[in-house]
Design a protein around this ligand. Structure first.
Ligand SMILES: [Zn+2]
Length: 330
């Protein structure tokens, strides 16, 4: 089940603090919103399947009780909010903050804004929201006629861990992005070429071997898609794997890379400045979650109330939007 609040006319999405205040003044209002998000056509008991208005309790706002079988259904079951002691209103504030701040927030800022006594609580909420940003449909990118995909990999600086000055844990990130062409003369056509990023996939890669890099492509890009990479051997077999593979020569030449793989480099540079600016370095074990968030922000959609998938395996990342638009926002 996917709930995209931006596509549900009956689920208002607050655009400002006063609006937020009006929509979610208390726990009951948050609970009512969740109920509406989940059962657009009215409550249905998850135990006996009976429809009909449930019992609601002022002291237990997260629960609906079936009038037919008298059993309880949790409004947060299957979402990132399941089984936490944090009030719904705090989750709603958190989701609003995360969704409305274009560059995202650090856990410290988050803790301060929400007035949470414990840093760990702030970190956990943020981390769960981030995990919930993974788009539920894990479709492959590419496959659209007339479009192509740029793929490359880059090193992202990790956090220095007492290894001496300047020593960092660098983590390899593989990336692939759809390149789309805007219709000529459109008012949104800021880039002279009219090219812009479609959906993005980013994943932590163990190394630069063909197994890692071509394996990443196989997972995230539809076979038959035209792919442009540099001439690194890690991509050499893509033609045999069913892609229309074009290489640009001279690996490591920055000029060449920016000329022939401009969109994926834009994605990488956005990713790096975002990680540097907001999070001051990210420890390697959390990097995939940050990649998910970064990719998610391309799309500027937010699904904080969606039931989560049982297990999200990298490289499971969200859809995207134009990085040039993202830059304007930031
Ligand atoms: Zn029932």
């Amino acid at each position: 089940m996917v709930i995209d609040v931006l596509e549900r006319g009956d689920l208002p999405f607050p655009r400002s603090l006063p609006e937020f205040q009006r929509l979610f003044p208390d726990e009951a209002a948050c609970a009512a919103y969740l109920e509406r998000a989940r059962w657009g056509d009215g409550f249905v008991c998850q135990h006996c399947g009976s429809p009909g208005d449930p019992y609601r309790f002022a002291n237990r706002p997260g629960v609906c009780r079936c009038r037919h079988c008298n059993r309880d259904t949790s409004l947060t079951a299957g979402t990132v909010m399941e089984r936490t002691h944090t009030p719904l209103s705090v989750w709603f504030w958190a989701a609003y903050l995360v969704a409305s701040q274009t560059p995202g927030m650090s856990a410290v800022q988050f803790q301060r804004q929400l007035g949470l006594p414990r840093y760990e609580t702030a970190f956990q909420i943020l981390h769960k929201l981030r995990a919930g940003m993974v788009r539920p449909d894990q479709d492959q990118i590419g496959g659209n006629p007339g479009e192509y995909v740029e793929a490359d990999e880059t090193y992202v600086g990790g956090r220095t861990r007492g290894k001496g000055r300047g020593v960092q844990d660098m983590v390899l990130v593989a990336g692939a992005v759809e390149v789309k062409q805007r219709k000529q003369g459109g008012s949104l056509n800021k880039r002279r070429t009219g090219r812009y990023a479609g959906r993005v996939r980013l994943a932590v890669a163990p190394d630069r071997s063909a197994k890692s890099l071509s394996g990443f492509i196989e997972r995230v890009v539809t076979p038959g898609t035209t792919i442009i990479t540099d001439d690194w051997s890690g991509y050499a077999a893509l033609g045999k794997q069913g892609y229309l593979h074009t290489t640009v020569a001279e690996r490591g030449d920055v000029q060449v890379a920016e000329t022939f793989l401009p969109i994926i480099h834009l994605v990488f540079s956005n990713l790096k400045s975002w990680l540097r600016g907001i999070h001051h370095g990210v420890s390697p074990q959390h990097l995939q979650a940050y990649l998910n968030e970064c990719t998610f922000r391309f799309n500027r959609r937010f699904y904080p109330f969606n039931p989560r998938r049982p297990l999200q395996i990298p490289p499971s990342v969200a859809g995207s939007n134009s990085p040039s638009r993202r830059r304007q926002d930031g």
